[in-house]
Design a protein around this ligand. Structure first.
Ligand code: PEP
Length: 263
């Protein structure tokens, strides 16, 4: 269903009216985690000023440590809905458990499946049946075949509104959090008709790498990028070191203008 063999035209997925697909480079930005209403609204305004047309933000956080901030849950979803009301930005947010899919889908414009759940087949089937577009991160150790088969699980439930997201893979290199597989963009676009975007924030794990990796992603033909921003990253409850701050946003807007989308 997701293969380009039977569907040669590349697809566009619409999220609350915002297109992700060929001919555009969509910027999705916002806080890694929803912490407070004020922080989320500030981050959303920063994102919008940089040209973002979709707001990201996690209410359910899949953390390596069970002692780390796990997200605000439904309260976080309510904050996201309020911020959507104020800014007009449709919401992209992660769901980590199949049982939560109906609840998260009742607030979200797009459901995100994170790298740690990229082969959680029950969750993939549940989001496939939820009636919302899905942002499917690549598993951190997933081959192209495994990634596309994960998308196939969603599509099989009748949902072809799936956007693939390369977010860095595990390699021997420890200087960066993950290794951005730039080649995954054109390879996935050749194998699948689905749009392919890149997460430079979770790939590098460092603020200073976000803009160079964004340039690389767009130059490789990505249909969009998804970026963490935070008004006060030193106080962030999740992934502060990779969040862009106010002073980075002019340059991010320039990156978006510099590269005309590849057709
Ligand atoms: C995220 O985008 O908030 C996230 C946790 O990303 P990943 O699943 O790619 O680590």
């Amino acid at each position: 269903l997701v293969s380009r063999e039977n569907h040669p035209e590349r697809s566009t997925v619409h999220v609350g009216g915002v297109p992700i697909g060929p001919g555009t480079v969509t910027l999705i930005a916002g806080p890694c985690a929803v912490e407070t209403r004020e922080q989320t609204l500030e981050a959303a305004r920063m994102a919008q000023a940089a040209g973002a047309t979709l707001l990201r933000g996690g209410a359910y956080k899949p953390r390596t440590s069970p002692y780390a901030f796990q997200g605000l849950g439904e309260q976080g979803l309510r904050i996201l809905a309020e911020v959507r009301e104020e800014t007009g930005l449709p919401i992209v947010t992660e769901v980590v458990d199949a049982h939560d899919v109906p609840l998260v889908a009742s607030y979200a414009d797009m459901l995100q499946v994170g790298t740690r759940n990229a082969q959680n087949f029950g969750l993939l089937q549940a989001v496939g049946a939820a009636g919302r577009p899905v942002l499917l991160k690549r598993g951190m150790s997933a081959t192209m075949e495994e990634w596309l088969m994960a998308a196939e699980y969603i599509a099989q439930r009748g949902n072809l509104d799936v956007v693939l997201c390369e977010r860095g893979i595990r390699t021997f290199e420890t200087a960066t959090r993950n290794t951005l597989d730039v080649a995954a963009v054109p390879v996935a676009q050749r194998l699948s008709h689905l749009p392919v975007i890149v997460d430079p924030s979770h790939s590098g794990g460092r603020r200073d790498l976000v803009l160079p990796l964004s340039r690389a992603a767009i130059a490789a033909g990505a249909d969009g990028i998804i970026i963490d921003v935070h008004p006060r990253p030193e106080q962030a409850l999740c992934d502060g070191p990779q969040a862009l701050v106010d002073t980075d946003l002019g340059e991010l807007a320039q990156v978006m203008r510099d590269f005309p989308p590849l057709l």
